[in-house]
Design a binder for this molecule. Sequence first.
Ligand SMILES: CC(C)(COP(=O)(O)OP(=O)(O)OC[C@H]1O[C@@H](n2cnc3c(N)ncnc32)[C@H](O)[C@@H]1OP(=O)(O)O)[C@@H](O)C(=O)NCCC(=O)NCCS
Length: 295
Amino acid sequence: MLGADDFRAFYNSRIGTLPYRYPVSRHEFEWGCIHKPFDEQPYTNLGTEQFLCAVEGEEILGIAHVSVAEEEAGRIGQIRYLDFVPGHRRIGQELLVSAEARLTDVETIRAFCPDYLYRFFFNCYGLPDKWLHVTSILGLNGYSVSRREILLVQESEVAPSQLDPPEKVGRIEWETTESRGRTSGLNLRVYDHADKVIGVCYTRAGSHFQLNKAAERVCFVAWLNVRDALRGLGWGRFIFLTALNEIKQRGFTTVLISTNEKNHRAQAFYANYGFSMVETLSEFSKGLSAPRTSV
Ligand SMILES: CC(C)(COP(=O)(O)OP(=O)(O)OC[C@H]1O[C@@H](n2cnc3c(N)ncnc32)[C@H](O)[C@@H]1OP(=O)(O)O)[C@@H](O)C(=O)NCCC(=O)NCCS
């Protein structure tokens, strides 16, 4: 009988087709499926997890993972994962139909919702457009994109030069962020003389999300923000380059950032520092006119 470990083996065999995701061990797979990306807490609002495998002879050709989330808005069906070997569209179709059949008493189904992604798949916020075989099967079955992010990367070992702030700062605070791996990220906060935050840059080491050695030199910028009234004055540049300088000094060579596809200001900002686009990541959703009821 097939189990979660066969599912993991298939995941590992396929994940090399996506940048910055790496194979996982059995323990990492089991842990990462049920833990949130940013803190160490398990998901508490997900119902029974169901894994589906499509098999031909001895070979797994596709997998799906479904659950139902109990949210304030009600029960939302979740296709947490779906993949199949490209060229086997009918297998993908059957998997999706079987996945949906398990999501009873729901009015909406979401696929690759960022709130329930596997921690080790995180990189972040949805289904990568590189997996055209999966995005197309969702589209063919009535799903549409409900949110799209753009993943950006900068690959360099060189630390940018230090920069003077636009005005004198009150104080600068550094904090090391937790990681399950061997490298840690850091948070930077810059305060004015009244001790009010001017802006922040929060980062996580890639090994916070994935234990593979290859993730150790990857740093993920989780949040960059400048106080509303102070935007456009050079504070973002100062804060980001100060953080980037420290990140590079600590040996990170790859910096990843995701930003909403409509956040053109942030994209223009990151383009100034040599970031380029890796992929887009989408959450899909579909409303059901007549929810299936459980029997
Ligand atoms: C993105 C953000 C951090 C930039 O900080 P900032 O202090 O406003 O930016 P700076 O003054 O240091 O840098 C200016 C650069 O940012 C971009 N930018 C900032 N404001 C802009 C505007 N109104 N129009 C166009 N580009 C703008 C430009 O690239 C500009 O450089 P350029 O004119 O040489 O091209 C800030 O706008 C912010 O906090 N936005 C809201 C949160 C957010 O979107 N964070 C990023 C999430 S991934």
